[in-house]
Design a protein around this ligand. Structure first.
Ligand SMILES: [Mg+2]
Length: 226
């Protein structure tokens, strides 16, 4: 009988493993104030799960400022520095996230971090998450601009692990991230944080990672029911 376990578990970071979306809200709001404006609630929600340059274009547009490349780069630089300060003050775990990572490790299932956050900030977060928790890490500035909801970040992680993405479980908190993982062919554990998530194909909705259970998920993989 074929091994029914996932070939790998691929974790999103912000809002999934750590409660960093609230810290992003602070740095984005601080930038809006720095430019004499205020960040709109709808714009902030639309940014959840997006990469830095997409988020900066949304932010500048919301502030009525030109989203030309120089302005986007300046905004990204400002928000990165502010976020780094906040990340260094400590990143709170999401409920059950630490145990979910430990469970995957204990089962010997390969594990990846697949984040839209840039490498420099993800490295600060890895001080909390533990570098040993992951076999590979894919960051938002390492996918040639093909960020979530493009499937490329998940496909890249699967390539690096040399596994079939259709036999992987992805864990996500945002509509953008869920779309990326579904498009990559993964089975998705959707755990909402800041924004509600809708039911849909190849996804399991959990209210928290406290009920994350790899053996139970194995039954949902395509190969297990073939
Ligand atoms: Mg997320």
């Amino acid at each position: 009988m074929a091994d029914a376990r996932p070939a790998a578990v691929l974790f999103d970071m912000d809002g999934t493993l750590v409660d960093s979306e609230k810290l992003w809200s602070i740095s984005l709001s601080d930038y809006a104030v720095h430019r004499g404006g205020e960040l709109g609630v709808a714009t902030r929600e639309a940014m959840v799960g997006s990469n830095m340059s997409t988020s900066m274009r949304m932010l500048l547009a919301d502030l009525g400022l030109p989203a030309d490349p120089a302005n986007v780069a300046d905004a990204a630089d400002w928000v990165e520095k502010r976020s780094a300060e906040l990340f260094r003050q400590g990143l709170p775990w999401r409920p059950g996230a630490r145990e979910a990572l430990a469970q995957v490790r204990a089962l010997g299932v390969p594990c990846a971090l697949v984040t839209s956050t840039i490498r420099s900030l993800a490295e600060i977060a890895l001080d909390t998450l533990g570098r040993d928790s992951f076999d590979v890490t894919v960051c938002g500035d390492e996918v040639d601009g093909r960020n979530k909801p493009d499937p490329e970040p998940y496909l890249r992680a699967a390539r690096l692990l040399d596994v079939d993405p259709r036999r992987c479980v992805a864990v996500e908190d945002s509509p953008t991230g869920v779309s990326a993982a579904v498009a990559a062919g993964c089975t998705v554990v959707a755990v909402p944080c800041e924004v509600p998530l809708e039911p849909g194909e190849r996804r399991v909705l959990l209210s928290s990672l406290e009920s994350f259970d790899v053996p139970a998920l194995s039954a949902l993989l395509p190969d297990a029911v073939a």
